[in-house]
Design a protein around this ligand. Structure first.
Ligand code: SAM
Length: 228
């Protein structure tokens, strides 16, 4: 890693506008990406989830969509950026958020853990330990779904190179993410490349579901479960 770790406390004011700047060519609404991922999560986990954690929730962009998709669940968000959590709390009253730090001790177990765009910010030497922590927070039989930028997509790589809060990013190939999951005791169940078709071409959306094998989507996701 060439750059020191980015502190997202410094980007709370302009997080959404920077995101809009870099991804506006695909969708003018940054909420589109949040809903898109939560829709996939909803399809991939069983109904009746009672406890769901978004790890690395940032300013809480995904939280309203998680609440809408899992109305029966208690949603919790966590992050290492206290300033981001302050915004998340303000925007999402009634949702519990907590700060991640070296001594964070979480007694609760979650049936579902959702993570989007976090692992590429975690230093290489810390990734296995973070994944092991996530294993310990999953209830037996629980599901984890991780979304990451697709390093094989040149447009994604350009966006990451140009985005100020991605200057510490070290993208992971799907095989690396799978190895981290399996290494932490979380067998991989499914995964796909995604975000091929911009919402303006929604007539082509049915094709997207068939392209999960093609390493050209803007992002990808991997699902794993903690053995029961
Ligand atoms: C690109 S933002 C994504 C935020 C959110 N997941 C979303 O989709 O909008 C990355 C977030 O990961 C957080 N982060 C980075 N390293 C982390 C770690 N080791 N544990 C928890 N969160 C972390 C950052 O503070 C930041 O809020």
């Amino acid at each position: 890693m060439n750059e020191p770790k980015v502190d997202f406390d410094d980007y709370t004011e302009n997080y959404n506008s920077l995101l809009r700047e870099s991804t506006g060519f695909f969708s003018e609404s940054e909420a589109y990406f949040a809903k898109y991922k939560v829709d996939i999560l909803r399809r991939e986990v069983p109904v009746g989830v009672k406890r769901l954690l978004e790890y690395g929730c940032g300013i809480g962009r995904n939280i309203p969509f998680l609440r809408a998709a899992f109305p029966e669940a208690t949603i919790t968000g966590s992050d290492i950026s206290e300033a981001s959590l302050e915004i998340a709390r303000k925007e999402n009253p009634g949702v519990e958020f907590f700060l991640e730090h070296a001594d964070t001790d979480v007694a609760d177990l979650y049936e579902v853990i959702f993570i989007a765009g976090v692992f590429h910010h975690i230093p290489l030497g810390e990734r296995a330990a973070v994944m092991r922590t996530l294993f310990l927070r999953l209830s037996p039989g629980g599901t984890i779904v991780v979304f990451e930028h697709n390093p094989y997509n040149p447009v994604t790589r350009r966006i990451v190179n140009d985005c100020p809060y991605d200057r510490d990013a070290v993208l992971l190939r799907p095989s690396e993410l799978r190895e981290l999951l399996v290494g932490a005791g979380l067998p991989v169940r499914h995964g796909a490349y995604c975000l091929f078709v911009p919402p303006s071409l929604s007539v082509l959306m049915p094709i997207e579901a068939k392209l999960g094998w093609l390493p050209l989507g803007g992002q990808y996701w991997v699902k794993a479960t903690r053995p029961a």
